[in-house]
Write a protein that binds this ligand. Structure first.
Ligand code: FMN
Length: 207
């Protein structure tokens, strides 16, 4: 099969284009900027778009074909149900929390139409170092951000307090060896993002 006619949903063994110039993609990456979750609104990705986005996430390099990650998707009512759990847990941790803070927790996942939890699922004592398995989960997060942007949605990679909370991890059903790499919030930007300060990449050339 000619690479130029390669399928968009390739199967193992299909020939794919090594690369092709895509000025629009380069420009998009040069201008890539997170959309803050608080600046997200409806609509979110449709069922088909979400499937495409997760497929993009699943096409991330991983050493050893371990696929050391999985996804948990929050949409619709599930977002408010999970946010209620966040509020309840936050009340336990901080009984003196002011009502505004509890209101934030109660609606946290409703900031975006869709939230994708990227779960790092590593295999310990494997010849592939844990570090590489974990890096792959981070790369999945970035692919989701770029994929969402390419589909016309704003996206933000957040961890916040609940990523590291023992009780919330158990509510998410995380097994041993599993950790949240990030919650990827996806939605329509209610306003255009503004560039933030950035340092020039630190580069040296080996000689
Ligand atoms: C692993 C990871 C976790 C992050 N968690 C948070 C977070 O909890 N809260 C937050 O405000 N930003 C967090 N950020 C930063 C934002 O997602 C985003 O990168 C930042 O606002 C800069 O935006 P940019 O993507 O336009 O460079 C996190 C970034 C990474 C890579």
């Amino acid at each position: 099969m000619a690479a130029s006619s390669a399928p968009v949903s390739p199967n193992a063994g299909d020939v794919l284009p090594a690369a092709h110039k895509n000025k629009a993609a380069v420009k998009m990456l040069l201008q890539r900027r997170s959309t803050l979750a608080k600046n997200m609104t409806e609509p979110g990705p449709s069922r088909d778009e979400l499937e495409t986005l997760l497929t993009i996430g699943g096409r991330t390099p991983d050493h050893g074909k371990l696929f050391p990650w999985r996804f948990i998707v929050f949409q619709g009512e599930a977002r408010s149900r999970f946010s209620q759990r966040l509020e309840a847990r936050f009340k336990d941790i901080e009984p003196e929390a002011p009502p505004e803070r509890l209101a934030l927790e109660r609606t946290r996942f409703e900031r975006a139409p869709a939230v994708i939890a990227v779960i790092s699922d590593v295999t310990e004592n494997h010849k592939i170092p844990l570090w590489e398995q974990e890096l792959s989960a981070g790369a999945v997060c970035q692919n989701l951000l770029i994929g969402a942007n390419a589909m016309g949605y704003g996206a933000q990679w957040l961890t916040e307090w609940y990523t590291y909370d023992r009780v919330i991890k158990s509510e998410l059903g995380l097994g041993s060896g599993e950790r949240v790499a990030g919650f990827i919030y996806v939605g329509t930007a209610s306003e255009d993002p503004v560039e933030r300060p950035r340092k020039a990449p630190r580069v040296s050339h080996w000689s």
